[in-house]
Design a protein around this ligand. Structure first.
Ligand SMILES: *Cc1c(COP(=O)(O)O)cnc(C)c1O
Length: 337
């Protein structure tokens, strides 16, 4: 097992807290609920991508990179944290290829990208394939100019990036008492690298746990194969003989609403419920939708409510500020004349 000898750069104070959430647990009829606070990783306003970037940036430096590139939507947490990580390790240029609906304001993550000094290539309504093609072309061009670009795939979800979540599960295992070591672990699935890492991490360090990914991007079938492949790839990097196929991966796919990036009513209600029970801030794109899955499954008794449940908070709160119209109607305000 080579986890401790893989190239890694510290980008956060660790471990992140494991908070009990007794008020939310009571509201959902759960015996015990913890929230693993990976929103509190300490780089650039935090989130799950920090753990992946600890391994990805070490790899970039080992390869002599002086430019990093990645892609995502205009409110990508991963893009913001890649820009932050590049600053932290002293890589001068970070180019973000952002595709999606046109935007009017530089707010939420996009504002942080600006503050961090990332170069933004906005590609209106581009697909992931379009963005990856554009990155490959840019990388080719830079190599021609004797630069050394390092391209990070969307979400940082390569086998190298997934090592961050193998390591996170090892950390979590040390925070749990024996009676909590067979938990259900819920979290949002976007590009499935977190899921891949957590699946492998549980095999190695928390074998009685069950990982439940909640898709925020679409139907499960498109991600099962990818998650299994990335998990197997990460195992290979670590030199452990663990193989994954689709049947080893669980994704719930009834909670993404209309599509990625469009808030759902249940997701918004989850943001409100968690804020007003535990004072923990979720977001409407990832963690709110994932929590809406946990809430629904707990209330309908689709999960064993006596089992310890852990919600892995993957971050994302900066994007809340880009959804002012979604929440402003809830303001309890009187105008005093
Ligand atoms: C990227 C992201 C996820 C999903 O992680 P993947 O590894 O891409 O599946 C979940 N929550 C937040 C806040 C994210 O930014």
């Amino acid at each position: 097992m080579k986890l401790d000898s893989m190239p890694r750069i510290s980008l956060s104070a660790l471990p992140t807290p494991l908070d009990e959430a007794p008020r939310l647990a009571r509201a959902l009829g759960l015996r015990k609920l913890y929230i693993k606070r990976d929103d509190c990783t300490t780089l650039g306003m935090g989130g799950n991508k920090v753990r992946k970037l600890e391994f990805l940036m070490a790899d970039a430096l080992a390869k002599g990179a002086n430019v990093v590139m990645t892609d995502g939507g205009p409110q990508s947490n991963h893009a913001r944290l890649t820009a932050a990580a590049a600053r932290k390790v002293g890589i001068e240029r970070c180019i973000l290829f952002l595709g999606g609906p046109s935007f009017e304001r530089f707010d939420g993550n996009l504002l942080l990208d600006v503050v961090l000094g990332a170069e933004i290539r906005f590609m209106p309504d581009a697909t992931v394939q379009d963005m990856e093609d554009a990155m490959a072309a840019e990388a080719e061009k830079l190599r021609g100019e004797s630069q050394t670009p390092y391209v990070i795939p969307i979400g940082g979800s390569s086998p190298v990036g997934a090592l961050g979540y193998v390591s996170a599960i090892r950390e979590l295992a040390t925070q749990l008492s024996d009676e909590d070591k067979a938990p259900l672990i819920f979290f949002a699935v976007g590009s499935a690298g977190t899921l891949a890492g957590a699946a492998l991490g549980c095999r190695l360090f928390l074998p009685e746990a069950e990982v439940v990914g909640v898709s925020v991007t679409g139907k499960a079938h498109s991600w099962l194969e990818r998650a299994a492949r990335v998990a197997s790839g990460a195992a290979e990097l670590l030199g452990v003989d663990e193989k994954f196929d689709q049947s080893d991966i669980r994704i719930e796919d009834s909670y993404f609403g209309l599509r990625y990036g469009v808030p759902s009513e249940a997701g918004n209600a989850a943001v409100i419920e968690v804020a007003q029970t535990e004072a923990i801030i979720l977001d409407p794109v990832y963690t709110g939708k994932a929590m809406s899955g946990l809430i629904d499954m707990a209330r309908r008794k689709l999960i064993d409510t006596d089992r310890t449940v852990i919600f892995l908070h993957t971050g994302g709160a900066p994007s809340l500020f880009a959804f002012e119209e979604t929440f402003r109607g809830m303001a309890k305000m009187e105008i005093m004349n």
